[in-house]
Design a protein around this ligand. Structure first.
Ligand SMILES: Nc1nc2c(ncn2[C@@H]2O[C@H](COP(=O)(O)OP(=O)(O)O)[C@@H](O)[C@H]2O)c(=O)[nH]1
Ligand SMILES: [Mg+2]
Length: 214
């Protein structure tokens, strides 16, 4: 995917603030600190567009980023953050639930899990919830660079088994440090959003950059 533009649009605290242009939306979900902001930055080749926060879970909004005037990334701040009140957490949960269940332009939820450890109980319930509502999911195992080369596929297998993922469902082994998994994830996103990997307005004059996804 050629990134021609990427910009932060809004931290939405409710549906009235969601964009109305109907562009496809790709949501990023996962517990605080799992690497959502880092993944957004790496996907967009931006160093600091999505702040990699030192204060996990502080943001309680849906953060919208628009890419190439073609799609949005929606950063859904982490679940499982202990330091907010129960009332806050419940209100937040309702907002996320509504967004995930009823947002018309939503095409895919990328659920991030930390590849170093088996998915947590919260990861599992999030996954089961999304599956229950038949929301398209792609699981991304983050921080793959922190594992040795031969640990990576082993841990991938544990993630698949722990979540009970069906065979055809994608699991992308990812690293925001090295860029591992980036091309694979873009290809999944482009397919879900129904946009070309290389925009048609962009002459494909460099055949070596064209991916073979066969
Ligand atoms: N080594 C490594 N560290 C990562 C990776 N992704 C995120 N981190 C680190 O994990 C911490 C939390 O990342 P962040 O993107 O803010 O997580 P978020 O809370 O889900 O948005 C930061 O210190 C990041 O630098 C990765 O792929 N590899
Ligand atoms: Mg973040």
């Amino acid at each position: 995917m050629k990134i021609k533009s990427s910009e932060f649009i809004i931290s939405a605290v409710g549906p009235k603030q969601y964009p109305e242009d109907g562009l496809p939306e790709i949501a990023l979900a996962g517990r605080s600190n799992v690497g959502k902001s880092s993944l957004i930055n790496r996907m967009l080749l931006r160093r600091n567009l999505a702040r990699t926060s030192a204060q996990p879970g502080k943001t309680q909004q849906l953060n919208y980023y628009r890419i190439n005037e073609e799609l949005y990334f929606v950063d859904v701040p982490g679940y499982g953050y202990a330091k907010v009140s129960k009332t806050e957490r419940e209100a937040w949960g309702r907002m996320i639930e509504l967004y995930l269940r009823e947002r018309e332009p939503l095409r895919l939820v990328i659920q991030l899990v930390d590849l170093r450890h088996p998915p947590t109980a919260l990861d599992i319930s999030m996954y089961e919830w999304l599956s229950h509502y038949r929301i398209p999911i792609c699981i991304v195992g983050t921080k793959a660079d922190k594992l040795s080369r031969n640990q990576v596929p082993k841990h991938g297998k544990i993630v698949r088994e722990t979540l009970g993922m069906p065979k055809g469902q994608p699991l992308v082994l990812f690293s925001s440090e090295t860029g591992m998994g980036r091309d694979e994830l873009w290809s999944i996103i482009a397919q879900a959003a129904d946009i070309p990997l290389n925009s048609p307005s962009e002459p494909q004059n460099d055949p070596q950059e064209t991916e073979d996804n066969g």
